[in-house]
Ligand binder design. Structure first.
Ligand SMILES: CC(=O)SCCNC(=O)CCNC(=O)[C@H](O)C(C)(C)COP(=O)(O)OP(=O)(O)OC[C@H]1O[C@@H](n2cnc3c(N)ncnc32)[C@H](O)[C@@H]1OP(=O)(O)O
Ligand SMILES: O=CC(=O)O
Ligand SMILES: [Mg+2]
Length: 555
């Protein structure tokens, strides 16, 4: 007799679940069974069994490489792939839908955001399971549901206040792209043979499974943004995974297109290699600047001479960031791929015209820098920024893209890419990092992965910079690498030592900065967030990702 099962609750191991697969989850949204169908679960189990050992190898390789950096080693271009970098080759031609990507909006995957983003007038919309989504079981399934209904053209939503949302006709919608989670994150609610499946496989495969056919009928494919890669071997793993998905789903080889975020320091030294590994399906690289800065801090966590100044001073005009953007443009255009720009953190400020003008001025300057440097498109965090970004790109980029801007005059060396930055740490910068970490983490633990804080967009990548900076500033006096005499720590620009007493005072001052907690996203989880940050900043080693210990507390 078939097992009775309430699809919204708990562990389900009835006959609908393939052997070896377990769902260990809290109540999901209504309709989760229409996402987790037996065939979809069978695909996930197959992917896990084929590719999980390689994912674990890649994660182990990251640790090994970091040990080299911790011992004083510096990242560099690879000797074993020099011939590949020197050779002339190009990636496969891009599909028509991905030729003009001048403005891309990004955002979390809840139904309202999905509708607003697809209707926003941007060229593309990156639906994000990564930096801007807290991966609760409910968020993930509701997101897959919303995307499936959006692709089918049936998605609608009514807010609590009764505002109704509906999709514009397909021809007027932004082109949909989906960003699955990075290789480092598990999806603990779905286990295969007793082990959690990779979050990346869960997000990417479910999206492809449910939407590839409908997209193909519209001459589209599953278009993915791949985050946080560190090497060409990780790109090859994606290539093999996506090739296998195409085979299982009966898709033409190369139907699934990808854009890779170059948002780790190790990856910038392997851009040609990453393009080559994915050459049959890659549409471009993107300057994911926030994770890139985070990765720079993490890579150099034992290098006192490369400590960064406060977050607000690490802008794209810092020499190491300018070099990264220029090399990315040159590399992409040589290979026939798009060089996408990134995200300015400023968002519109309502109710303060002057402050709004300043914020928009910063976004405009950032977009102008990107289009002038040769980027083929850019990201915005908010629909109100689309006209501004479009105006800047339309004025300077009359064609669909500017791949003909080869930037052949650019010479970027290893030292340019790792150049130390000048700047300071102010009290406001230090305390601001503490506040951002605590508020962001509280919101994330409450299921909200993207929040405005002091009129800046904060997501997992921007919060990671704040968290990693606190650790690196507080620990540098105790680290073995560098020429600093033991015991000599960093100082704020007013001469105050950067030490744990300063951190303690920042925590004590937090209630006054936060005001009424009840009005903050995740306000009830502030104390928990303080506890997590306190532990992470005191730990002897910089934790790889904030979201790893935080995920243990989610759901
Ligand atoms: C480092 C990186 O990885 S960048 C990529 C990841 N980060 C992101 O994608 C940022 C996405 N942006 C956001 O989530 C939001 O813009 C926030 C959280 C920063 C600000 O959100 P809010 O405070 O709700 O903004 P605001 O109140 O001004 O929104 C106005 C309207 O625009 C909508 N909106 C805001 N941002 C977006 C977006 N990115 N996509 C679609 N709609 C959006 C809101 O839903 C709201 O709609 P409504 O009027 O129908 O209710
Ligand atoms: O994902 C984008 C980033 O800047 O990080
Ligand atoms: Mg990122």
């Amino acid at each position: 007799m078939a097992e009775q099962h309430d699809p919204r609750h708990g562990s389900r191991n009835g006959p609908q679940v393939p052997p070896g697969v377990e769902i260990k989850a809290p109540a999901g949204p209504d309709g989760q069974d229409s996402i987790l169908t037996p065939d979809a679960l069978a695909l996930l189990a197959d992917l896990h069994r084929r590719f999980e050992p390689r994912r674990q190898q890649r994660l182990a390789a990251r640790i090994e490489r970091q040990a080299f950096y911790d011992a004083g080693g510096l990242p560099d271009f690879r000797a074993d792939t020099a011939a590949l970098r020197d050779a002339d080759w190009r990636v496969a031609p891009l599909p028509a839908a991905l030729l003009d990507r001048r403005v891309e909006i990004t955002g979390p995957v809840d139904p309202k955001m999905v509708i607003n983003a697809l209707n926003s007038g941007a060229n593309c919309y990156m639906a994000d399971f990564e930096d801007s989504t807290a991966p609760t079981w409910g968020n993930l399934l509701a997101g897959q549901h919303a995307l499936r209904d959006a692709v089918a053209g049936t998605l609608s939503f009514t807010s609590e206040a009764g505002k109704a949302y509906a999709l514009k006709p397909f021809a007027e919608q932004a082109v949909l792209m989906v960003r699955p989670r990075g290789w480092h994150l598990d999806e603990k609610h779905l286990r295969v043979d007793g082990a959690p499946i990779a979050g990346s496989l869960f997000d990417a495969a479910l999206f492809c499974f449910h939407n590839a056919d409908v997209l193909a009928a519209k001459d589209r494919g599953p278009y993915l943004y791949l985050p946080k890669l560190q090497s060409m071997e990780e790109a090859q793993l994606w290539e093999d995974v996506l090739g296998h998905i195409e085979q299982v789903l009966g898709l033409d080889a190369g139907r699934i297109k990808v854009t890779v975020l170059i948002e780790t320091l190790p990856a910038v030294f392997e851009m040609d290699e990453i393009l080559h590994a994915l050459r049959g399906r890659i549409a471009g690289l993107n300057c994911g600047r926030w994770d890139y800065v985070f990765s720079y801090i993490k890579t150099f966590r034992a290098h006192r001479d490369r400590v960064l100044p406060e977050r607000g001073q690490v802008t794209m005009t810092q020499p190491f960031l300018r070099a990264y953007s220029e090399l990315l443009i040159q590399t992409c255009h040589r290979r026939g791929a798009h060089a996408m720009g990134g995200m300015a953190a400023q968002i519109p400020i309502s109710g303060d015209e002057q402050a709004n003008a300043v914020a928009l001025g910063k976004v405009r300057a950032d977009k102008l820098r990107e289009v002038t440097a040769g980027h083929d498109g850019t990201w915005v965090a908010h629909p109100a920024l689309i006209p501004l970004a479009r105006e800047v790109f339309d004025e300077r980029m009359p064609g669909k893209h500017q791949q003909d801007v080869l930037r052949a005059e650019v010479t970027v060396t290893r030292d340019d890419l790792i150049k130390p930055s000048l700047g300071t740490i102010t009290r406001a910068g230090f305390e601001g990092n503490v506040e951002v970490c605590v508020r962001y983490l509280a919101a994330w633990l409450d299921g909200n992965g993207c929040v405005p804080i002091h009129h800046l967009m904060e997501d997992a990548a921007t919060a990671e910079i704040a968290r990693a900076q606190l650790w690196s500033w507080l620990h540098h006096a105790r680290l073995p690498v560098g020429q600093v005499p033991p015991g000599e720590g960093l100082h704020l620009d007013d001469g105050t030592p950067v030490d744990f007493a300063l951190l303690e005072r920042a925590f004590i001052g937090l209630p006054a900065r936060l005001g009424d907690r009840a009005r903050l996203p995740g306000g009830s989880r502030i104390n928990e967030a303080i506890g997590v940050l306190d532990r992470l900043t005191h730990a002897d080693t910089l934790e790889d990702f904030l979201t790893l210990p935080a995920y243990a507390r989610l759901d």
